[in-house]
Design a protein around this ligand. Structure first.
Ligand code: NAD
Ligand code: GLY
Length: 356
């Protein structure tokens, strides 16, 4: 089992990565401590992994709550339903919520944990690649509001993250590819060696080679842990994790949430960010081609939806959480393997980029 730590003083926590994290009874029980475990999962993941986890925790008499599968259940309605379940079962502050699932389950469970009786501990057991390399680490928890995604939430760190790489074997291929977009993102913002590794191990990764999976998941978590330790509440450095996301959120909102997976939209968003960086002479044409090629090789989209115009992008980007005083801010490559937050991209430059 690989292990690393997110260093946040008294709120520091470990991330365990391996083939049997779900059955690591000793470590799970250690992090649950004296609490009563309540597992939150969904109807797709429950038949696959719930029983294993219940067996691992049998001596602690765990309860579980199963929600329907989908982004639309990351809502205040389901926040309320989980809270009611906890109250009905007389759960006190000595409750430990366990998020068993992808980013939807992790974000929702984390937000309930942040609020229930003013905060109870929680553990992340992410089962998608995206949640293993990104959403389970760093303490961003949230639910969606009809007027905006992730608009109601809290920074609230888990007690531990257990990443079981075997869970990726049941993940649909399209979801795996979407997670790879976030992996490529780490290469572009922080680590050219990781980027090269992804270029060199395409087939192994697509075939879920265990050593390759553990290597990339460990490195992504390591980078995320470094960034979160430096800037937990996203005052600066952490914003770099949003490379491609300004464009991506516009695509997701315009197409209707769920039509494009988040990672797919991030993939195209990174291509757009690279092209914009080229027009600013921060990347070369070869850099842009290298980035676009790798993204396509992982079966991710590199073209924007055919009916989306510059105006569509600008409309959605004006609502971006990173904006300041009405100015749209982008994360753009400043050179290959490095990025920065920029606020001097004009609307005309965005229109020209999209029309190109
Ligand atoms: P998801 O949670 O919807 O999971 C994707 C699909 O895969 C679902 O149908 C799910 O039931 C299924 N699934 C999960 N694990 C499986 C497995 N092992 N085998 C088979 N099927 C499985 O999507 P996601 O991509 O994991 O997460 C997206 C969510 O994460 C969004 O709500 C997004 O806003 C959020 N997010 C949060 C952060 C953060 O920092 N908190 C970062 C990125 C994304
Ligand atoms: N996924 C972006 C962040 O955690 O900051």
């Amino acid at each position: 089992m690989l292990e690393l730590t997110v260093n946040l003083d008294e709120r520091s926590y470990p991330i365990y990565i391996g083939q049997s994290a779900l059955q690591d009874t000793g470590r799970l029980i250690h992090h649950i401590g004296d609490c009563r475990p309540i597992i939150i999962t969904n109807e797709t993941i429950a038949p696959l992994y719930l029983q294993q986890l219940l067996d691992s925790l049998a001596q602690l008499n765990p309860l579980h709550f199963i929600i329907p599968d989908g982004e639309q259940y990351k809502s205040l309605t389901w926040f309320e339903k989980i809270s009611a379940f906890l109250l009905e079962n007389n759960c006190g502050r000595d409750t430990c919520l366990i998020a068993l699932g992808g980013g939807v389950i992790g974000d929702l469970t984390g937000f309930v944990a942040a609020c229930y009786q003013r905060g109870v501990p929680f553990i992340q057991i992410p089962t998608t690649l995206l949640s293993q390399v990104d959403s389970s680490v760093g303490g961003k928890t949230a639910v969606n509001h009809p007027l905006g995604k992730n608009m109601i939430g809290a920074f609230y760190q888990p007690q531990a993250v257990f990443i079981d790489t075997r869970s990726l074997h049941t993940l649909p291929t399209r979801e795996f590819a979407a997670g790879m977009a976030e992996v490529i993102k780490y290469g572009l913002i922080y680590d050219t060696q990781l980027f090269s590794y992804l270029e060199q191990h395409i087939n192994e990764l697509k075939q879920l080679d265990e050593a390759c999976l553990q290597h990339i998941i460990f490195r992504c978590c390591e980078i995320k842990a470094l960034i979160v330790a430096e800037d937990e509440k996203e005052q600066g450095l952490r914003a770099l994790l949003n490379l491609g996301h300004t464009f991506a959120h516009a695509i997701e909102a315009q197409m209707g949430y769920g039509v494009w997976l988040h990672g797919e939209a991030v993939a195209t968003g990174m291509v757009l960010a690279a092209k914009l960086a080229y027009t600013r002479q921060d990347l070369t044409q070869e850099d842009v081609e290298r980035i676009t090629t790798l993204i396509a090789q992982y079966s991710l989209p590199i073209e924007i939806p055919s009916d989306m115009t510059g105006e569509h992008f600008l409309l959605h980007m004006r609502k971006d959480k990173k904006n300041k005083k009405g100015t749209i801010r982008f994360i753009l490559p400043t050179e290959f393997g490095q990025c920065a937050l920029v606020d001097d991209v004009s609307d005309d430059q965005v229109r020209a980029l999209i029309e190109q």
